[in-house]
Design a binder for this molecule. Structure first.
Ligand code: SAH
Length: 398
């Protein structure tokens, strides 16, 4: 029988677990030293030995592990994993039925009852993300469930738990028949090239699906669009398909250019009519200002932290500057799509950053739209940080 580790919850944190908080944080535990082998089942008790929750030990930057059940009688076994995954898949039936969208998340960590594990579906392929050595120790159980579901092309995985909590570069193929990449997935009728075995990122961030659709259907027509931190240009494709007069994509990474060309090409768009620029965004803002370039729609979707040779950028500190730089090159009545995936602050604070950027330029704005995670990125309402995506679409008032 597997050994169970008893963890005692500090008095001040007992209520949090009674309220079904799913993360096991170091600061809430009296005896974290009792933990040794990742993947071990842990029971949380208060100091009177009353049961609070059970979970597993798996270290992530977020904490020591995740609660799996608040029910003392529930076993953490193959049946447990099967029930959680099947329940999650059932909730996504509308996605499976939608032929115009063939890539979506089928399991979203704590939002679906197992923190540290996500599973995405890419047109017949599964991609599993393991966020700790601990959750990785349950690999067999997860694969067994996918096997029982049957009828997949292959399973790939990303092990996101090196010493810094980053992706471990490896052959990510698990089983099935190896894919020939890129595979072309559909999202609301748009094509995107996806590489499941080429590093940590696959070419598209599925959590921005609703935003891409809104840009295509509501904000792009006839507009000159600047897409900053553009990666493979996913937003530029949406804008272009929505009738943008032109798109300009800017990313520091050299690989972004060929990837963006590929995304345009598989959508039948002549990439030579678009600008795809490999440059530091902060330099681009200066360049555009100097050249007196102006844009109708500017998309800001920076990573939470970025360090380039010249700049260190943190969304928590520098977002107002990003807004300010954008306003300097925004047309009259222009629109900014401001996005962040930083989990350390909420929507209210994010709007404060946007407001500060406008205030320093003595300008005003109207909020046109707001987005959070899409439906397949199911969140746990007892875990606010899990709902990390914040997108606000604002229009400059002249
Ligand atoms: N908006 C993209 C995802 C952005 S991922 C999408 O929707 O698909 C973050 C990107 O920012 C990466 O491609 C990275 O190369 C780029 N990046 C980070 N720092 C940058 C900087 N200072 N200037 C330009 N690009 C930067």
């Amino acid at each position: 029988m597997t050994q169970i580790i008893e963890l005692i919850v500090k008095h001040d944190f007992v209520r949090q677990y009674k309220n079904k908080y799913p993360l096991i944080n170091k600061e809430s535990i009296v005896n974290p030293d009792a933990l040794s082998r990742e993947g071990a089942i842990v029971h949380l008790h208060d100091d009177h030995h009353t049961f609070l929750a059970k979970g597993y030990y798996g270290e992530q930057n977020k904490g020591l592990g995740w609660v799996l059940s608040f029910d003392e009688g529930e076993k953490i076994d193959g049946v447990f994993f099967k029930n959680k995954i099947l329940t999650a898949i059932n909730k996504r039936q509308s996605f499976y039925k939608d032929e115009s969208t063939t890539a979506f998340r089928i399991f979203n960590g704590e939002g679906d009852g197992i923190g540290g594990l996500t599973i995405d579906y890419f047109d017949g392929y599964y991609l599993i993300n393991w966020y700790s050595e601990g959750i990785y120790s349950f690999k067999e159980k997860v694969i067994t469930v996918l096997d029982e579901l049957g009828d997949y092309k292959a399973i790939y995985e990303k092990k996101r738990f090196d010493s810094k909590g980053q992706y471990i570069d490896d052959d990510d193929f698990v089983k099935g028949v190896r894919g020939e990449f890129p595979i072309i997935i559909k999202e609301n009728g748009m094509n995107y090239a996806v590489y499941l075995n080429d590093g940590a990122m696959v070419g598209i961030f599925l959590d921005q699906r609703d935003v891409r659709q809104a840009i295509r259907d509501q904000y792009a027509k006839g507009k000159h669009v600047l897409n900053t931190f553009s990666y493979t240009g996913a937003f530029s494709i949406a804008a272009s398909l929505g009738g943008a007069s032109k798109t300009t994509s800017v990313d520091l990474a050299k690989r972004s250019k060929s990837k963006t060309i590929e995304q345009f090409s598989i959508n039948g768009i002549d990439f030579e009519q678009q600008d795809i620029i490999v440059m530091d965004v902060f330099d681009y803002f200066k360049y555009a200002k100097r050249k007196d370039l102006k844009f109708d729609l500017i998309i800001l979707d920076p990573p939470s932290f970025a360090r380039s040779k010249k700049h260190t950028f943190s969304t928590a500190k520098n977002y107002p500057d990003l807004i300010k730089d954008s306003l300097a090159i925004l047309e009259k009545n222009g629109v900014i799509v401001a996005s962040t995936n930083n989990a350390s602050f909420g929507m209210k604070k994010f709007k404060g950053f946007i407001e500060k950027g406008f205030r320093t330029m003595n300008m005003k704005f109207n909020i046109l739209d707001e987005f959070a995670l899409p439906a397949d990125f199911q969140a746990d309402r007892n875990f606010k940080q899990g709902n990390y995506l914040k997108v606000v679409i604002v229009q400059k008032v002249n």
